[in-house]
Design a protein around this ligand. Structure first.
Ligand code: SF4
Length: 234
């Protein structure tokens, strides 16, 4: 498997993220971690491939974007738009929702008196959002139910947690802090992982029953949430 660039997201200022075409190791490592706002990575992917700035690309994306890419590659609707041969790998991230940036910024100001530009890191730990603010020792804690206030409305209707359309899905589980949970879904995903192991880039260990149960629980919660919101709205 080979590709000459990856499209992923770098952390921007505060809560912002920035989609980038990555061709070097340093930038790739800087793109590690979660971003909580949607960025224009598919537009960037399309531009990079259609302009031949990139020959073959991997993309790191949300489950909804992975679904779109898989569908567009399998059943291209418009002649000439199929770039599936040059899409080398879809890496999908576990996703509970992304934030509406203006709503999240307003929430931080109203609830904690914090400027969003001071946010250094947002993570999901032990069932709550932890927001690390510059100059503060302990992170701010926000319950998941409170976080629904600033999640994008479309995300409340979305039932996909583990990026089923990706080649490899990746995400965190509270049961294995410090590790990334990977779900290998396709042959090319498996080839990529084997190659990464062979080169010593990753170390793997089988997921425990506890990890599997946690992922199933989260996926089930998201499915129920989507069903509930669909019933409310339609
Ligand atoms: S919750 Fe669904 S719609 Fe929202 S960003 Fe995640 S995958 Fe996309």
């Amino acid at each position: 498997m080979s590709f000459d660039a990856a499209v992923a997201t770098l952390k921007g200022r505060g809560i912002e993220g920035k989609a980038v075409v990555i061709k070097d190791r340093e930038t790739l490592l800087a793109a590690a971690g979660s971003r909580w706002t949607l960025v224009e990575n598919l537009r960037l992917l399309h531009e990079a491939l259609s302009s031949y700035q990139v020959d073959r690309a991997a993309v790191v994306c949300t489950p909804c974007q992975a679904h779109f890419l898989r569908q567009a590659s399998t059943f291209p609707l418009v002649e000439g738009t199929d770039f599936s041969e040059r899409l080398a790998l879809i890496l999908g991230l576990f996703c509970l929702g992304t934030f509406s940036q203006p709503s999240f910024a307003a929430f931080l100001r109203r609830r904690f008196g914090v400027s969003p530009a001071r946010v250094q890191e947002v993570s999901l730990r032990e069932g709550e959002l932890r927001v690390q603010v510059e100059g503060e020792e302990a992170p701010l804690a926000i319950s998941v139910s409170e976080a629904l206030e600033f999640v994008n409305l479309g995300c409340l209707l979305c039932d996909g947690y583990t990026a089923r359309d990706a080649d490899v899905s990746a995400g965190a589980a509270a049961a294995t802090p410090g590790w990334t949970v990977l779900v290998v879904r396709t042959e090319r995903g498996e080839r990529m992982l084997e190659e990464a192991k062979r080169r010593g880039y990753v170390e793997t260990s089988p997921a425990s029953e506890e990890v599997l149960q946690e992922i199933q629980l989260r996926a089930g919660e998201k499915l129920r949430r989507a069903t509930e919101y669909k019933l409310r709205l339609f």
